[in-house]
Design a protein around this ligand. Structure first.
Ligand SMILES: *Cc1c(COP(=O)(O)O)cnc(C)c1O
Length: 478
């Protein structure tokens, strides 16, 4: 595809400026360029066509089935976009909130922050929530910093976090960034945490336990209450990685399961866009024990006026202002639109759809575990790999058949992992088309395994070097 620079023709332009109606005032020559900037010169239509074509080459949930496991790539309702585009939200300057003279100007926005935090707290059984963190991983960092602050305040010297081997890589990374030692706890053969091995690791040094529930094997941690009870006996705090909240939202609450602190991924559970790595939002929620340590300032209601307060032992700011405010607006609209019954239907639909995909594929692909999957199902492509077709080849073959690939090679505990999360927003027809493609690929593995090694063949570029862009970073455009 031609770059916008290739399309450029000298002298072509898309705008005509009005004639000057003030005296010309030249800039000091020392501040001027000696050569014009090498900008592309195009008509408006050239530009519209160029960017429309580019957008059509992008794969997103608006164009394709996107079953990326652990990421909950659900449809982002356009209603929430319309709400976030309201001038009263969109055009606010964040400094309005801290300038007392303007207070009446943004009481509505502060009310939205306040209400969204309260709604999330209620949904998860937490005492309070801060919208500040700007991604799930950022919420994790906030959460482990809260755990660190709690133990530092008690002066008990605890320095270790226990994390199962099925965890997302951000869990140990966040714990290490907060200064903790990380001890990994193995999963049992059934794919849930190995309780005896967990208890062996639980000693007086343990400050916290980070769990994902259901875990990244797609399985509910049935021992979660026992784990929480034993952790609490040792004054270790329980951290809930909320990435998989879509499986249980409206059914049960992390706070009731014994968790003391958690993050939400608004871009996973609450229908806001993932947006190419941002803007995301990873609010952090806490129970009673961590309330005094929450990031500040917080929006509080004082005599019917929204104002600010910083908790007494606050860990400080995790982000400027209130995090990604317009993402919170979308999540608020999503939650209010669905209500309690609607949120319950979300998790029911998510689990039903994942189990439908599992039921259609389990004869052709080997499920990684025997248990009942929740909102995502995990297969191992190890038998296919023995015939020379790896999870990567299956993923690339799916691109040619109209689907974004599922998550592959994660979790690390499963060989040749294929992790599929259809989400509640997909129709039976969309899931059937995906399952048909998966079954066609499974048949090809038997009849003509080589056919998959060239995939994808229908895309503008073929098989990319997956790591080169990261190893040889080159952001220069001209
Ligand atoms: C996505 C994910 C995270 C990190 O969330 P981001 O919003 O991508 O930073 C953490 N844990 C699990 C299990 C995840 O799937």
């Amino acid at each position: 595809m031609e770059l916008v620079f290739d399309l450029s023709r000298p002298g072509r332009h898309g705008v005509t400026l009005d004639a000057l109606d003030v005296p010309e005032a030249p800039l000091p020559s020392a501040l001027c360029r000696h050569e014009p900037a090498p900008l592309p010169e195009l008509s408006e239509l050239d530009v519209v066509r160029h960017f429309t074509r580019l957008s059509q080459r992008n794969v997103g949930v608006d164009s394709n089935f996107y079953p990326l496991g652990s990421c909950t790539m659900k449809y982002n309702p356009k209603m929430a976009e319309a709400v976030a585009a309201l001038e009263g939200f969109r055009d606010l300057h964040p400094h309005l909130a801290s300038a007392p003279v303007y207070e009446p100007c943004c009481q509505g926005a502060l009310a939205l922050v306040y209400d969204t935090e309260r709604l999330l707290a209620e949904i998860a059984g937490m005492r309070a929530v801060s919208l500040q963190p700007m991604a799930g991983a950022h919420g994790e960092l906030a959460g482990v910093l809260l755990i660190a602050a709690y133990h530092r305040d008690k002066g008990n010297g605890k320095d270790t976090i226990l994390i199962p081997d099925s965890a997302h890589g951000t869990n140990p990374a966040s714990a290490a960034m907060a200064g903790f030692k990380v001890v990994q706890v193995p999963s049992g053969p059934d794919g849930t945490i190995h309780l005896d091995r967990f208890l062996e690791s639980l000693d007086e040094h343990v400050a916290g336990v980070m769990l994902t529930c259901p875990n990244t094997h797609g399985l509910f941690e049935a021992d979660v209450r026992a784990i929480a009870d034993r952790a609490h006996e040792m004054d270790a705090l329980m951290y809930y990685d909320g990435a998989n909240l879509n499986a249980i939202v409206g059914q049960c609450r992390p706070g009731d399961l014994g968790f003391d602190v958690m993050h939400f991924n608004l871009h996973k559970t609450f229908g806001t866009p993932h947006g190419m790595g941002g803007p995301g939002s990873g609010p952090v929620g806490v129970g009673e024990k961590l309330l005094p340590f929450l990031p500040g300032p917080r929006v509080v209601l004082d005599n019917d006026i929204f104002t600010f307060e910083t908790p007494p032992k606050s860990i400080g700011k995790m982000a400027p202002f209130f995090g990604n405010f317009l993402i919170a607006v979308r999540a608020y609209a999503y939650i209010r639109c669905l209500g309690g019954e609607g949120l319950k239907a979300v998790s029911e639909g998510a689990v039903l759809n994942a189990n439908y995909v599992w039921a259609r594929l389990r004869k052709a692909y080997q499920p990684a575990f025997d248990g009942r999957f929740m909102h995502e199902c995990v297969f191992t492509g190890a038998p296919q790999a023995e015939r020379g077709v790896h999870a990567l080849d299956i993923a690339k073959g799916l691109i040619d058949r109209g689907s974004h690939p599922p998550t592959i090679y994660f979790p690390l505990t499963v060989k040749e992992s294929l992790m599929i999360e259809p989400t509640e927003t997909e129709s039976k027809e969309a899931m059937d088309a995906f399952c048909d493609a998966m079954l066609e690929i499974a048949a090809l593995v038997e009849s003509d395994p080589d056919a998959l090694h060239a995939a994808p063949v229908t895309t503008p570029v073929g098989r990319l070097d997956e790591v080169r862009a990261a190893r040889e970073l080159n952001c220069a455009c001209v």
